[in-house]
Design a protein around this ligand. Structure first.
Ligand code: ASP
Length: 331
């Protein structure tokens, strides 16, 4: 778009776009507004899990320049993959128990084409390798060494993903070797992103280093089409963050898209998705999951298990860090 038109309409300057309130830290509820389903005719929009402002801004840049939703999500999530200070995605991610950083990612386009890499080492941009799997192979998923070798074939460079910081923390962790997920200050914080472009087409991408100090070889929901991400261009898309094992058990993102197909709003569908998970986990409070969704009209919604999860939305109306309602109210 027509950046000028966008800026005029929203009354925001470029500087304003990137200024104070939106720089809230990833997991705080401060200056987040409670998500409401918003109605609009289909216009470009991007949403992502958590308050990944730079990633969503980058994706929005692609959309406003009339790029495809697919390019937008790939470009957007790459920002987090490249950020060494983000210890839950890409380079700098926390390693598994053996000290290896293994990455998971998947991508899905408007034609239900999809690609994924699982448990891949030494490559800084798993989302781009996932896209290559989608576009250059007859397969959907490549795992481990196979994914890594394919990446080299495609021209990706070998990169050491274990930063000094993550190594230091892992060495500290080894002293107790206690494996637990800490809600919202997680050793996990996937970026899942959904976008609609100027043609009204939807795409999604999801990328993570998975749970910190996971068992070697562990794969969560994030690279699993239907679990961590699902897009149906007729209906909408959904993506997840949180304890992947629980998302896989309900095929969470597919479920949410199917609920939207049955007439639920993105908000209602995300709520139902979390409730299904909690039904299988009655009384359990030791994990977080957050879902976000967008439908074909560009309406969005999100819901989570515990307070604290937010999602960032970018559209011609500006951008916002949206707090979502949760299954538990705290405590
Ligand atoms: N869903 C990711 C996984 O289970 C982690 C996360 O989103 O926090 O690997």
């Amino acid at each position: 778009m027509r950046r000028r038109k966008f800026l005029k309409k929203s009354g925001l300057s470029t500087a304003g776009l990137l200024s104070a309130p939106v720089l809230a830290s990833c997991n705080t509820k401060s200056n987040a507004t409670v998500a409401q389903t918003t109605s609009s005719s289909t216009k470009p929009i991007v949403i992502c899990t958590w308050n990944f402002m730079n990633a969503s801004a980058k994706a929005w840049e692609v959309l406003e320049n009339e790029g495809s939703a697919l390019d937008a999500v790939e470009t957007g999530v790459k920002v987090e993959e490249a950020d060494i200070n983000n210890q839950t995605v890409g380079i700098g991610g926390r390693p598994d128990r053996e000290g290896r950083v293994t990455l998971d990612a998947c991508i899905m386009d408007k034609d239900a084409n999809c690609g994924a890499v699982l448990c891949m080492e030494n490559i800084a941009h798993p989302i781009s390798v996932a896209r290559k799997v989608m576009e250059e192979t007859p397969h959907v998923m490549l795992a481990g060494l196979g994914a890594e070798l394919f990446a080299y074939e495609q021209g990706f460079e070998k990169t050491n993903l274990l930063t000094e910081q993550s190594k230091k923390e892992w060495e500290e962790w080894k002293k107790t070797s206690k494996y637990e997920t800490i809600i919202n200050i997680e050793n996990h914080d996937t970026i899942g992103m959904l976008a609609i472009d100027a043609n009204g087409d939807i795409a999604g991408g999801c990328t993570t280093s998975g749970m910190g100090y996971k068992m070697a070889g562990r794969v969560g929901d994030s690279p699993i089409i239907g679990a961590g991400l699902f897009v149906d261009n007729e209906i909408g898309g959904a993506t997840a963050t949180g304890v992947g094992e629980e998302v896989v058990r309900t095929v969470g993102s597919f479920l949410i898209v199917e609920l939207m197909r049955q007439g639920k709003s993105p908000q209602e569908a995300c709520e139902e998705g979390v409730k299904r998970i909690m039904k299988k986990n009655e009384g359990r409070k030791d994990f977080q999951i957050g879902f976000i969704a967008v439908n074909k009209k560009g309406e969005t919604g999100g819901y989570c298990v515990h307070p604290g999860f937010t999602y960032r939305e970018y559209s011609e109306n500006g951008h916002e860090n949206k707090a979502v309602e949760s299954f538990y109210q705290g405590g």
